[in-house]
Design a protein around this ligand. Structure first.
Ligand code: SAM
Ligand code: SF4
Length: 355
């Protein structure tokens, strides 16, 4: 059989990576994602007041999708089979909090058996990972990323709205000891929130042998509370880490890599910096997203969301879906416009899009 032509866009970028949101729901209320806690309101209100702006805890648009609106695991597996035939090799399951969906191991098993899928990973806040870890491993999951923005219990609670730092750390260790590789840990760095902790988080990477990723704060929170002043630029994160750690640069593994990486000298642990705001990597972006309710997003910052679920549910053939996907991908946005006068925040926030 002649392999089908890959999914390609106007800028000659060849798609290789699909992120699938399993649910828009979440049990955390992270200050940078779903800032709906009193702590988040206090934090943003202080920053808004000097400009005469008022922070509203009313989310701009957050109505959890009803269950029937979510793609079933069979529908997700069909999409994966189709895109695997078009050159997608990496799948990441995300959300919202993906582990809030029932029996996630079922979709893991379905995806893991699709020919052509070489890399299957999951991103979680780690809250209930222990309940599902064994089943996920057994079903074929190999890689897990956790979110961990602070090593201080009070600060963790202030950032996430949940008092469960110990559980998340125990689950990161569990993933390590169960042989998930690599275990990655993501921290969104926000000025005056956790920028004083980046050295300690790098030390955590060294102590635990995990790959730590420091991420710039992007304007995708549900309250549109993002402020440029709160972004700690990647270069600044790097110098904060260098104050406490010796770093050795690591080469990029492929052109579409989003993080710049370093090894912590004298260890196997690595850190990476993901700087989409100050050092955009749009020119090499090979990612697509599938929302929990079955829309395709060709960019995190897309203002349009073509509806794939309609085709999955109206009896369309795989051939028709392939033609539709090619047309959608062809129109992938050239780049994001964060920080520019014409930047327009998408209607849906990170937890709905699937980070
Ligand atoms: N709930 C899971 C978790 O937190 O890991 C998966 C979904 S979450 C939306 C995926 C990733 O997006 C997390 O690593 C989170 O830190 C990141 N994220 C969420 N909002 C963000 C923002 N405004 N800027 C940068 N990263 C963000
Ligand atoms: Fe939930 Fe993840 Fe968003 Fe935090 S970052 S609110 S854990 S979806």
């Amino acid at each position: 059989m002649i392999p089908a032509a890959p999914l390609i866009d106007t800028f000659n970028r060849v798609m290789g990576d699909l992120r699938i949101s399993l649910t828009d729901r979440c049990n955390f209320r992270c200050l940078y994602c779903l800032p709906e806690t009193e702590a988040a309101a206090n934090f943003y209100q202080q920053r808004f007041a000097p400009a005469g702006r008022t922070f509203s805890t009313e989310p701009i648009r957050r109505q959890w999708q009803p269950r029937t609106a979510l793609l079933s695991y069979e529908e997700i597996a069909r999409v994966v089979r189709i895109v695997a035939g078009l050159g997608i090799r990496k799948i990441r399951l995300t959300g919202g909090e993906p582990l809030l969906r029932q029996n996630v191991e079922e979709v893991v098993r379905l995806i893991a058996s699709v020919p052509g899928i070489e890399d299957l990973a999951l991103t979680t806040n780690g809250f209930n990972f222990h309940e599902q870890a064994a089943a996920l491993k057994d079903a074929g999951l190999r890689r897990v990323s956790f979110s961990l923005d602070s090593l201080d219990g009070d600060n963790f609670k202030r950032i996430t709205g949940q008092d469960c730092l110990d559980t998340v750390i125990a689950n990161i260790r569990r993933a390590q000891s169960m042989g998930f590789r690599p275990v990655k840990v993501n921290a969104v760095v926000i000025r005056d929130v956790n920028d004083h902790e980046v050295g300690a988080l790098a030390q955590f990477a060294r102590d635990e042998g995990v790959a730590m990723r420091f991420i710039e704060f992007m304007p995708l929170d549900s309250a549109r509370a993002w402020l440029k002043e709160l972004v700690v630029p990647g270069a600044e994160i790097l110098s904060l880490i260098r104050r406490e750690h010796e770093l050795e640069p690591l080469p990029a593994r492929h052109a579409a890599e989003t993080s710049r990486r370093w090894r912590l000298a004298g260890s196997d642990a690595e850190i990476g910096i993901i700087a989409p705001v100050t050092e955009p990597f749009c020119g090499q972006c090979n990612r697509l997203r599938l929302t929990a309710d079955g829309h395709i997003r060709t960019c995190l910052f897309s203002l349009r969301e073509p509806d794939l679920k309609a085709l999955l549910r109206d009896g369309s053939s795989d051939e028709k879906i392939v033609a539709w996907l090619r047309a959608v991908v062809w129109n992938k946005e050239e780049r994001h416009h964060i920080g520019e006068a014409d930047y327009q925040q998408p209607d849906r926030s990170m937890s709905c899009i699937g980070g």
